[in-house]
Ligand binder design. Structure first.
Ligand SMILES: Cc1ncc(COP(=O)(O)O)c(C=O)c1O
Length: 382
């Protein structure tokens, strides 16, 4: 039986060429910590760390300086760091209707401390009308956090328009790029973002457990660190350093992850995000076109310019979890089923509580994979 991985929205597989070798090289040949030793291996590891920050700067057109590129374990950590370190009781936060629990769970928890939030409405396809963004602002609005593309239906948020509103009202804009980094071009400078949170293990094709937050300098200065501890710098003081990236990078770094991410970023930059997007959107078009008359509801917009290659299906005659089980057991197609950690996204697009079967395409997905998946879905849906 075939074995087709269509769960790139959860994590990419296979990883980019060179990633596993780079992790292995670090583990077997380098091994040293950074900012803690002055021997050759420590210096060579430090230069890979710096280069990785620089590769992220290049990918996202980020020009403030490599010190403002902060490594994190992933987007969940990055978002928590910002919400907990920037938002205070009495503050109001604006989010999209399609946020992941990485944003919603800390925010809902912070409601108990007197933080309020509002969701910008979206329609059944997950599309937000840019006109609905500005009226959400109140005099207490201190932050806007937006999921760039939904991990449930793939619909892209009108980020340029949100950035313009934020600029006019001097509200920092933070972007969760979990489903767009490496899949869709992102220009930090053009958007004038306060922060961009990216995972290393999804569209960037790196290992799990490593990601980054790119901070605008003014915003970085206003965020209190979530975690404090040793940085290998200013070790004569028991106070947390204020300088970047040390302020946000306490503890031993995930160096195997950074080595892997370095290789993944080199590959992504050489391949180009534009080329990858073209490939993924051709596959997405083919998948959606192949299912237009099948017994499934295709969630999210059908306008390819306004979506990424994450497509959720709601089976008309089948329980969705059962359908995903058949796809796996009878066809060898790996998808993800359920709520995808974004309950309000399902409420918005009308798939709560049944959830959906999510197909997500990546750089390694082929046309044949998609043709096979279309045939399988049609058979299961009958
Ligand atoms: C939209 C979105 N935000 C946040 C996350 C959390 O990312 P991570 O698990 O890498 O921290 C995900 C992961 O699925 C996601 O899809």
């Amino acid at each position: 039986m075939k074995n087709i991985y269509l769960d790139h929205g959860a994590t990419s597989f296979p990883k980019a060429p060179g990633v596993a070798d780079a992790v292995y090289k670090y583990m077997t040949e380098v091994g040293a910590n950074v900012s803690r030793g002055t021997y050759a291996q420590a210096i060579s590891a430090a230069s890979v760390v710096l280069e990785t920050r620089e590769l992220l700067m290049k990918l996202f057109n980020f020009n403030y300086g490599s010190e403002y590129v902060v490594f994190t374990p992933g987007v969940t950590f990055g978002i928590n760091q910002i919400l907990r370190g920037y938002v205070h009781p009495g503050d109001h936060v604006i989010v999209s209707s399609l946020e992941h629990n990485a944003v919603m769970r800390p925010l809902v928890d912070m409601e108990r401390e007197g933080v309020t939030f509002a969701r910008i409405p979206a329609n059944e396809d997950g599309i937000t009308d840019p006109k609905d963004i500005e009226p959400m602002i109140t005099e207490n609005t201190s932050l806007m956090v937006i999921c760039h593309a939904s991990n449930v239906c793939g619909t892209i948020f009108p980020l340029r328009e949100a950035a313009e509103v934020c600029r006019r009202h001097h509200i920092p804009l933070v972007v969760d790029a979990s489903q767009t980094a490496g899949h869709y071009p992102i220009d930090f400078e053009e958007l004038g973002l306060a922060a961009l949170c990216v995972p290393g293990h999804k569209g960037l094709l790196g290992p799990q457990g490593i990601g980054a937050t790119l901070f605008g300098p003014g915003f970085a200065a206003a965020v209190t660190p979530l975690v404090m501890g040793g940085t290998g710098s200013f070790s004569d003081s028991e106070e947390m350093p204020d300088c970047l990236p040390d302020k946000f990078e306490s503890g031993t770094m995930n160096l195997p992850g950074i080595y892997g991410l370095h290789a993944a970023l080199e590959y992504t930059l050489s391949e180009t995000v534009e080329k990858r997007r073209q490939h993924e959107m051709e596959l997405t078009r083919k998948f959606i076109d192949g299912l237009l008359d099948a017994h499934v509801r295709i969630c999210g917009t059908k306008d390819m310019d306004k979506r990424v290659g994450v497509v959720s299906l709601d089976f008309e005659y089948d329980d969705n979890s059962q359908a995903a089980y058949y796809l796996d057991s009878d066809y060898g197609i790996r998808t993800r089923t359920g709520m995808h950690c974004a309950p309000n996204a399902h409420k918005t697009i009308g798939t709560f509580p049944q959830g959906t079967v999510r197909f997500s395409f990546g750089y390694g997905t082929t046309e044949e994979d998609v043709e096979y998946a279309v045939r399988a879905v049609r058979e299961v849906a009958e």
